[in-house]
Every structure is written in C-alpha cells, then in structure tokens.
Write a protein that binds this ligand. Structure first.
Ligand code: ARG
Length: 595
C-alpha cells in the first residue's frame, strides 16, 4: 500500500538520480502553498554548483507526475510545489478503504523487540511514574505488534534487595494471612510505612531485618516462602490495576529483578575477564567511558557492593546481557522516567564496552550482509533506547501527591476519573441504558487519563487535571471518542455500513480534499511513531483528523447528497471512523459506538 508521499518520492527519486548522476534525496515534505513541497533541487544545486531552479526544471522533465499531480510549480529559489490530482486522491482513498489495515503495511523486516515497562515495586504503591510507564509502554507494544514485530513485554518488577528484610519481619509481626489480605486489596503504602516505622523505632526489629536479608540472599527456604507471599499478593494488586487500565500486560510478563539472580555471578565473571571491573571504595565497579562527575573523575557503576550484595545496576546489566544475547533482541525499549537516564546510559554504555551487541554487529561485516539487514539490525547492532518521560504534576504544579503528602493510591486515581466521566455521560446522554453507560464511562474515564499522558511530548512534565482531560472540547480523549461516535451515527443513519469502495472516490470540495490528505497520511504517521515512540504525534494526527472531519461535515452534506458524491462522502465518514478507532486503539483507548 502506498501513501501520496511515498508515491511522489518513488517518482521523483529516479529523476533526481538522473540529473545528479547518483542517488539524490528529493527532500519531500508537507507544503504550505501546495499539498507537498520538494526541496531537493536546492541541495543538489549547491552540490553541483548549478542554479537550483534549472535543476528543478530538469527534474520535472524526467519525473512521471501527470497521473498524480494536477499542478506542479517551481517557486522561489527552486522549491517544487506539488498539488495532488483529485483523481489520484480518489484512487488512493479507494485503496485504503478496501484495506482492513487502512494502508498501514505489516513490516517487511519483523524484529524481536523487548519493551521494558511498568516496573512497580513489591509491597509499595505504584506511583504515577509507574502509571506513565505503563501507559506509554502499552502504546509502544500496541503499535509495534500491529506493525508485525515480535514484542516481548517485560515487567521489571522490583522484588529483591535490602527492604525485603524489613518487609518480611513486618509480615511475621502482623501475621501471614492479615498481611496477605492488606497487600492484595492494595494497601501497599500502609504496609510499607508500618514496616518502615518499626524499622526506625525498634533496634531489635532492625537486627532481625538485617539477618532476614542475609537469609533471603542465602536462599533459606522459610524466608523464600515468606518473600513469595509478599510478591504474589502485590502482583494481585498490580494485575487489578492493569485490568482497570486495560493494558496488554499479563501475569506472565512479570520478569522481576529476582529472576536474574542466577545470572549475576557469570556477569561478574565476564566483566572481570574483560578487564572492565575495578575496585573502588570496597565495591566492584565498572567505569563506562565518557561518564564523569563535575570534577571530571570517572563515574562508577556499582556491580557488587562491599558486602558482596548486588544492587539495581547489577541486575540491569545482567538483564540487558540476557536480552541481547539469549533473547537475541533487535531492539530494546526502556520505558522509564527521565531521572533514571544517567543510570540507564551507563548500563547501555557498559553493554557496548563488553561487546554484548557483538553478534549482530558481526552480521554487518559478513559478505552476504544485504542492505536490508544493514539498515534493520545493521552495522550498529541492536538498538537500545531509553524511552524517557517527565513527571506527573498536580494542579499546583508540584509532583502529584495526595493532600496528606503520601503518594496517591493509583486505583483511586483511576476510579475517580471513571466516576467523573459517568456523571458527564449521564448528563449528556440520559437515554443510555445503565450497562452501556457504565461501559462508556469506563472507556471515557480511562481513555482520558491515557490520552492526557500520551498527547503531550512525553519528555515534558504534564499536569494531571481531571477537568481538562475529561472535557469534551479540545485535544482530549472524550473529544475524539465523541467525534468517532458521531461519525458512526451518521453511518447508521445512512442505513448501516458504508458502501463498498468500488472505484475511485469523487473528491471535489476543498474540505473533502483536506480530509482525504489527512486520511492518507495515517500510514506514515504510524511508521514514524513506531520509530520514535513519540506517541503525541499520533495523538495530534487524530485530533487534526477529527477537526478536519468537523470542517468537512459542516461544508459537505453527506446524507442529503446523491449518487457518486454521496457514496464518496459516506466512505470518507467510514474511513474517518475507522482511522479514529484504530489510532485510538493503538494508544490503548476504546471507542464506544454511542456516547
Ligand atoms: N522498579 C523501578 C522503579 O520503580 C523501575 C524499573 C525500570 N526498568 C529497568 N529495567 N530498570 O524505579
């Protein structure tokens, strides 16, 4: 399936190559004065020391554009402005209308992609940072899976380390079944804080806790059994949050820190053999190249602490080594907040120093390495990316917490969004029956939370504001969901399904044209977002689609039109509804039929 952009490049590239005597980029982009603008003649003019307008004219002599463009114009110093012919738009639209994937191709080079996201900590409330990671990671999983990649979801649960001494001792003090109950219903904060209080107040408790950590690390069976209660019950709560959110994470995706324990000693061994391990202040450390503190001294990444214990960094190193070597991942996404970028960069750099990307890198040196391979798994080896994101702020502009200063219980946060959505829906559409209303409220409330997160540049902090995210005006989930429902209702009024796309669509009015161009750009947007993990670009595209549709619907009667025009407009409605539904689904957001 081809988009206008790809089609134009396909036609322009050979013409450029002919003029240049070698491949030359047409540099095509969306135009301001026409649908598209091609700037390649300027760069080529500089390279060849020739007038860009002359080059542009020559390119246009060679390029086959007659069936695609209704107007082609050289402007300014040598820009080429291209206006697509209505017949070409009509043909392309008929093609995507007949395609259940709306023109989005399955990838020709499927990769194995690990997405590391959510990552809450046992016996501790999930905070809004984990919520962001869960929402962004879920969008990544949905987009990449839909593109046809093999996605391995990894929930790097914090389930190991020194706090478990104190948590297990507290569990014994309150009694196993009482503790299990507290955790599974989600009173993780209460449990954790009580353990912390005992630890701070009671010397005997501290001693017991420290001994307990030693027993845990030594694999003492009783201690392990108690530890497992903490992990199992916490997981139940996390699973309930995931179910409420409607994300694809399953119980099988938990791959907690503890599951890498056996991989820690061989990790140390290998780093030592490679000569990467050095002792610093009693600890075994690596010093990845390029990381220094303010005084210019190399920064350590602690692999093994002075007391022989392993920490967060060691686990992350063992995890990355496993994913690159044993899982043979082509690409890894770490959906983790920006504050951890220093940590992750050092882990990634250590992996490069240790040559764990190696197997893939060697592929590129082989004689049979095809160009496709060089691009996909290429000379640079697998891609390891930190998909970072900023903080969630409250309406006061500070990091979001409850009034008491404690962290918010995540489930309550989500429930509140659904409750508020239910009130609005009851007001807007009192005729919905209670079951449908509840389902719509859930879709709108949860959708609003997700969309508020995904519609801004993830690197920036965002303000958690129920009123704004639940508004039916502006760039919000309810606005888009409503636009979808309205479009579906037009189709229902027209007697059910859209007419099948036999033959090109008729595109005449400017508003039809604008809508056509939006719809045809969807595949390029999905492709771009699959690369960049910048989901706000998809969100913005859907928002622009919905507003363009509104303009179309105001100017172009659909139900009152006739013949070919009616058929075409109904197909435009149907394509809009399908694109909104698919696009929102890729962001993890449901689209009710009625609202
Ligand atoms: N449990 C960690 C935290 O709460 C997040 C884990 C992120 N993933 C990773 N591989 N380090 O900060």
């Amino acid at each position: 399936m081809v988009t206008p952009e790809k089609l134009l490049i396909e036609r322009l590239a050979p013409a450029f190559a002919r003029v240049a005597g070698m491949p030359a980029d047409p540099v095509l982009r969306r135009g301001r004065h026409a649908d598209f603008q091609c700037d390649g003649a300027l760069a080529l003019g500089r390279r060849l020391g020739r007038d860009a307008r002359e080059i542009a004219a020559e390119v246009l002599r060679y390029a086959e554009l007659d069936d695609l463009c209704s107007a082609v114009r050289i402007n300014g110093p040598g820009f080429v402005e291209l206006t697509l012919a209505p017949t070409a738009l009509g043909r392309l639209l008929a093609a995507i209308a007949a395609d259940e994937r709306l023109g989005v191709p399955r990838t020709a080079r499927p990769e194995t992609i690990v997405v590391d996201y959510s990552g809450p900590n046992t016996a501790k409330e999930m905070h809004v940072g984990h919520l962001r990671s869960t929402i962004i990671g879920d969008a990544a999983v949905r987009v990449l899976e839909w593109q046809g990649h093999t996605v391995l979801r990894r929930n790097h649960l914090g389930d190991w380390g020194t706090p478990f001494g104190m948590l297990i001792e507290h569990l014994l003090d309150v009694g196993e079944s009482e503790a299990a109950h507290e955790l599974s219903v989600g009173d993780l904060t209460g449990f954790y804080q009580a353990a912390r209080r005992a630890f701070d107040a009671d010397e005997a408790f501290r001693v017991r806790s420290r001994e307990r950590v030693v027993a845990l690390q030594a694999g003492d069976p009783t201690t392990l059994r108690l530890w497992r209660i903490l992990v199992t019950e916490s997981k139940k709560y996390f699973m309930a949050v995931y179910a409420r959110l409607g994300v694809r994470l399953t119980a099988d995706d938990f791959c907690g820190e503890s599951s890498y324990n056996d991989r820690l000693p061989p990790l140390v061994e290998e780093l030592a053999e490679l000569g990467l391990l050095r002792e610093s202040a009693g600890a075994q450390c690596v010093f990845p190249a390029g990381f220094v503190n303010r005084d210019g001294e190399p920064l350590p990444l602690i692999v093994r602490k002075g007391d022989g214990g392993f920490g967060y960094a060691a686990t992350d190193l063992a995890t990355l080594r496993h994913r690159l070597r044993d899982l043979a991942a082509d690409r890894l996404l770490y959906v983790v907040g920006t504050p951890q970028s220093g940590h992750l960069e050092m882990v990634f750099a250590t992996a490069r120093d240790a040559g764990w990307h190696g197997a893939r890198a060697r592929d590129a040196d082989r004689d049979d390495a095809t160009p496709a391979r060089a691009v996909g798994r290429g000379a640079a080896g697998p891609r390891v990316e930190h998909v970072d994101f900023g903080y969630v702020l409250g309406s006061d502009g500070k990091i979001l917490r409850t009034r008491a200063g404690a962290s918010i219980k995540l489930m309550d946060l989500l429930d509140e969004a659904v409750t508020r959505a239910a009130a609005t829906i009851a007001e807007k559409n009192p005729d919905l029956d209670p079951d449908e209303r509840a389902a719509v409220a859930r879709a709108v409330g949860i959708g609003a939370v997700k969309y508020a997160d995904l519609s801004g540049d993830r690197r920036k902090d965002y303000r958690f504001d129920y009123d704004r995210m639940l508004s039916f005006d502006g760039n919000t989930a309810p606005y888009l969901q409503y636009a979808h429902a309205r479009t579906r209702s037009i189709l229902r009024k027209a007697g059910g399904e859209a007419p099948s796309a036999a033959g090109p669509l008729v595109i005449r009015e400017p508003a039809e044209r604008a809508l056509a161009l939006r719809l045809l750009a969807f595949p390029d947007v999905v492709e771009e977002v699959g690369e960049s993990s910048d989901f706000h670009r998809l969100a913005h595209h859907l928002f622009a689609l919905a507003t363009t549709f509104t303009g179309f619907f105001e100017e172009c009667p659909v139900l009152r039109s006739e013949g070919e025009v009616r058929r075409s407009r109904l197909i435009l409605c149907d394509l809009t509804a399908r694109t909104l539904a698919r696009g929102l689904d890729l962001l993890g957001i449901e689209t009710p039929e009625r609202m």
